[in-house]
Design a protein around this ligand. Sequence first.
Ligand code: NDP
Ligand code: OXD
Length: 319
Amino acid sequence: MANGLVFISSDAPVDRWRKALIPALPEIDFSHDFHVWPDCFGANDISMNVDIALVWRPEPGALKHFPNLKAVINLGAGVDAILTDETYPKNIPLIRLIDPTLTQHMSEFIVHKVLHFHRKFHIYDQMQRNHKWQELRQDDTQQKRVGIMGLGTLGVDAARHLSHFGFKIAGWSRTEKHVFGIESFHGQDSLKYFLKSTDILVCLLPLTTETRDIINKNTISQLPAGAYIINAGRGHQINENDLLSALDSGHIAGAALDVFCTEPLPTNSIIWDHPKITVTPHIASITSVSSAAKNIAENIRQIRRGQTPNNLVNFKFGY
Ligand code: NDP
Ligand code: OXD
């Protein structure tokens, strides 16, 4: 019976993962049953022995080399990089990461960015550079409306943290939600009402065929003049040219982008130096290896016991 793990990622730190997984899975002999792609490529006994793949942005086509796979475990929350691989074997369950540290770090990022715009720190930063001492009018927090696209694990937690400051919070999701203190909108038909009442838009959607390019000329025009946009979902959810036009016209007052259509953001991109954009290099929430390892270990045990693992991806919806 297959009982090997294969680690497939070009940019996740395999040594740190191995180190964190060893104490979390004392029942596994890591010297024999933990393999790293592509080093193990071509070794037939290894291919046959692997039942679980641990992946982050895996090389397309790599998974098909393991005929006895029972499950694929993603080392991050978003699974878009896996589902765009046409060769992904859809009969193999895909599990994504839900981890309290990842959620906490994302909420810290979102709270920081919302306060940054709400308290006008982006303008004070520029004023400091120009040696300008001036007090700006401050809007009341209770009047400021934050709209969160994606009321899932990350969106709900960010909403809860923001509501403690007194912001008016709305959320938009695919299915209906009832979350205390959050005005909830769902489905395409309600999107315009959600956008109309949003001063600071936060995107925490997964990237799917429905959410690709969802923040575009048309949807941006439905936001009130002077709105802000924060994107920590995926770069392809925003049409970057439409955003740049809206920033240049003044309809959008500022944007904080953590994710981009091309990553790393090319050094010659005009986004880097845009005065109304703050850029971070996809770090809104980096997977905490030590915290996630416990979670992943539990899922590995459940799969091997024949139980249904936690956090299964729904292939129909793509997240
Ligand atoms: P969840 O699956 O828990 O939540 C996704 C939310 O998006 C759900 O509320 C879902 O609606 C909603 N949604 C999905 N499709 C649509 C649609 N077509 N229309 C309206 N709403 C939709 O995901 P997480 O909160 O865990 O993560 C969200 C994303 O954040 C990840 O997929 C990833 O891309 C990104 N991320 C970015 C990181 C970074 O560092 N920048 C780090 C971690 C994650 P419903 O509730 O009805 O299903
Ligand atoms: C994730 C990410 O999806 O880091 O976990 O973007």
